[in-house]
Design a protein around this ligand. Structure first.
Ligand code: IVH
Length: 666
């Protein structure tokens, strides 16, 4: 049986690599799933052969963990940047000067725009994944990195990898996964990631590794370090690492002259636009490790390598007109509508001008020729005006003084750049925005009510405030364009289901100024019910963690309005949750949901009984003895050796007091 388990792991690791690294699968997804199921079944039957690095363990857990940090064995330095071919050439000349009368070969590769990672392997097993951090210390993110399918967790014993080595590379979110993630976030009214780099580093630091696994990270490696490397040059070492199972920088070329280096730059400056991942430049490295050693490091970066950064792409195009758009909170955003122009592979027709101050600073006039840039950011930015092309007598763009949607005079919030339409309850885009926000996934999660449906519901007079959603009848919904009996029922059922959503989500759904997902959670837990929240004074509100005077004032104003109070009363009658579950009220959570935990030994921070209560408060179950069903052991001092051995042989994680308290956020 043990042999079959090992065989399945070997096969799954191999097919995993064929699929994710080599892009050359040999078996169907279904056959892969069948092998995986067989392994899962055997591992469940034989917990004595459990291995945290088995291919079955890539899925990630739902536990929240804060990250521990660790010192890098070798500091993770950055590279000196250059911005022109001439600068790269003069770097090559300086290298040659430092290595007189030697042949110098340079390796050219892409500079991947993600977040750097260091992986430590010992005896063919991934022992640790660490972020760059400050270059000296980084965060341990092994659990999240394990969910990246192209990273080998164990290596083939015959692959020839050194017994101990470190491999560095970049964690990336490929364009396709990035676009998908942002589309989802947009639908949920969550802030968008500006570029794949931010998305990759944000994801890597996500506490929930199941969520990490869902987002589709990938990794490309470009640097191997070890006391027993297979070759005396960078190029061959990377090729060898590819043979050990790593996805190694696929664009890797030896260059023997300045001309070849220049040619490489000219080629990839253009062709990089067709790559499936984001790049922000090229990296040139001296190939010979002996020469690298001789060249050494400055305080911040190696002398043997340099980065060449791509220029942000810029286009010049004509401003057709400026529109002013009103959001859910009444903020009016100016948008430049442009003559369509091709920029970094996409056609740009619109770019946000953000606020009045930016229009004034750039001094934009009607019909101006504008510079549009797309650097590392996805959203195009207006960076300047070509004043030489300005039509004589053209007038500066003026910010509107009245709401473009409802005509109400705008007001400027003191100390802020934004103009706001104060007609909260009569201005259509604000009402429609609130309906859409209310129904989105992270709020009431009413399937079938997106931006378009929200607009139709409002325009047909069916929904004027969010409580109207719960009075909708199937025959009314069927009248909406694009709706039939099935989609109508989906909305009705979604609304019914939403009545179970916990108080913190209802609070978030209400569109109280400045109260987003995180603050709704904090407030819901701190106050426990809407009635208490409505009765609170500003000083009482400010006593809640992270609530400041502005937010407190927003909350008080919100509840002072009769229309909001009436809407809440109707939502309450419809059956929505306006009280926190007792568990949340006491500071509990679901972080231990589904886990059976054994307590063993003596403790210093809490008593055993208190630990029992804490486990239950956070959704777990306290069980008496260790079995293969046990999820973890909370071990104090002097845990019995027999118990310890049993837990270890079953591969059950053992948490000390500190680790446990960290998990439950204490
Ligand atoms: S080599 C000591 N190669 O760029 C040199 N870095 O500014 C080690 N990067 O932190 C780095 N692609 O995150 C190297 N092909 C590549 C790279 C690369 C991207 C990143 C890396 C590093 C930063 C340096």
């Amino acid at each position: 049986m043990e042999e079959r388990i090992h065989e399945l792991r070997r096969q799954l690791n191999r097919h995993n690599k064929l699929y994710y690294v080599d892009n050359a699968p040999e078996i169907s997804d279904r056959e892969f799933d069948e092998l995986m199921k067989e392994l899962e079944r055997l591992e469940a039957l034989h917990p004595e052969f459990a291995d945290p690095l088995s291919p079955t363990q890539r899925v990630g857990s739902d536990l929240n963990k804060a990250f521990e940090s660790i010192e890098h064995t070798r500091p993770m330095l950055s590279l000196a940047n250059t911005y022109s071919i001439e600068e790269v050439d003069s770097w090559i000349n300086s290298v040659r000067k430092l290595l007189p009368s030697e042949e110098v070969t340079i390796c050219g590769e892409m500079k991947y725009d993600g977040t750097s990672i260091s992986l430590i392997y010992e005896h063919g097993r991934l022992v640790r994944a660490v972020t760059r951090g400050d270059g000296t210390r980084g965060d341990i993110v092994t659990d999240n990195v394990k969910t990246i399918p192209s990273i080998p967790l164990t290596l083939d014993p015959d692959c020839g990898a050194p017994d101990e080595f470190e491999i560095r590379g970049e964690i990336l979110l490929p364009w396709a996964a990035f676009d998908r993630l942002n589309r989802e976030r947009e639908a949920n009214d969550e802030p968008l990631f500006a570029n794949p780099r931010n998305a990759a580093s944000g994801t890597l630091k996500t506490l929930n590794s199941a969520e990490v696994s869902r987002r589709g990270l990938d990794a490309i490696f470009y640097y191997v370090l070890s006391d027993s490397l297979p070759a005396d040059n960078h190029y061959d070492n990377l090729r060898a690492a590819a043979g050990w199972g790593f996805k190694v920088a696929p664009i890797l070329q030896r260059l023997h002259s300045i001309e070849q280096v220049d040619e490489f730059i000219r080629r990839w400056d253009v062709e990089r636009k067709t790559l499936p991942v984001a790049t922000d430049g090229l990296v040139f490295k001296v190939d010979s490790l002996r020469q690298q050693l001789n060249l050494g490091f400055t305080a911040k970066s190696p002398r043997w390598a340099i980065a060449y950064k791509f220029a942000a792409e810029r286009a010049l195009t004509k401003l057709r007109y400026v529109t002013f758009e009103v959001g859910r909170m009444g903020i009016v955003t100016p948008v430049a509508n442009l003559e369509p122009v091709l920029l970094s592979g996409t056609i740009v027709k619109r770019a946000s001008l953000h606020n009045e101050d930016i229009i004034r600073k750039l001094d934009i006039h009607q019909g101006d020729m504008l510079y549009v840039e797309k650097g590392g950011e996805i959203i195009p930015k207006i960076t300047g005006v070509d004043t030489s092309a300005r039509e004589p007598g053209s007038r500066p763009v003026e910010f509107v003084t009245e709401c473009p949607a409802c005509g109400t005079p705008l007001v400027r919030v003191e100390g802020e750049a934004a103009w706001v339409c104060p007609n909260k309850y009569g201005c259509p885009p604000q009402i429609i925005g609130r309906i859409e926000h209310f129904a989105a996934r992270k709020m009431m999660n009413i399937d079938g009510i997106g931006a378009e449906t929200a607009q139709q519901l409002y325009e047909r007079g069916l929904v004027r405030s969010t409580a109207d959603i719960y009075d909708l009848q199937p025959e009314q919904l069927e009248l909406l364009s694009g709706f039939g009996p099935r989609s109508a029922m989906r909305v009705i059922e979604g609304a019914e289901e939403s009545k179970k959503a916990p108080f913190e989500r209802v609070l978030y759904a209400l569109s109280i100024p400045n109260v987003g997902a995180t603050m709704s959670k904090k407030i819901a837990r701190a106050v426990g019910s809407i009635d208490r929240l409505m009765a609170m004074s500003a000083p009482e509100l400010c006593a809640i963690e992270d609530v400041g005077p502005t937010m407190a004032e927003g909350i008080i104003d919100y509840f002072a309005d009769e229309r909001n109070r009436e809407n809440i009363a109707r939502l309450r009658n419809a059956g929505l949750q306006f009280e926190a579950q007792v568990k949340q009220y006491l500071g509990g959570s679901d972080v231990l949901a589904g886990l059976s935990i054994v307590i063993s030994g003596t403790f210093s921070r809490h008593s055993r009984d208190e630990y029992k209560e804490l486990i239950e408060l956070h959704g777990g179950k306290n069980v008496g003895s260790i079995s293969k069903k046990t999820s973890a052991v909370l071990a104090g001092e002097n845990m019995g050796p027999a118990k310890l051995e049993k837990a270890q042989s079953l591969g059950i994680p053992i948490w000390n007091e500190e680790e446990f308290l960290k998990k439950i956020g204490e």
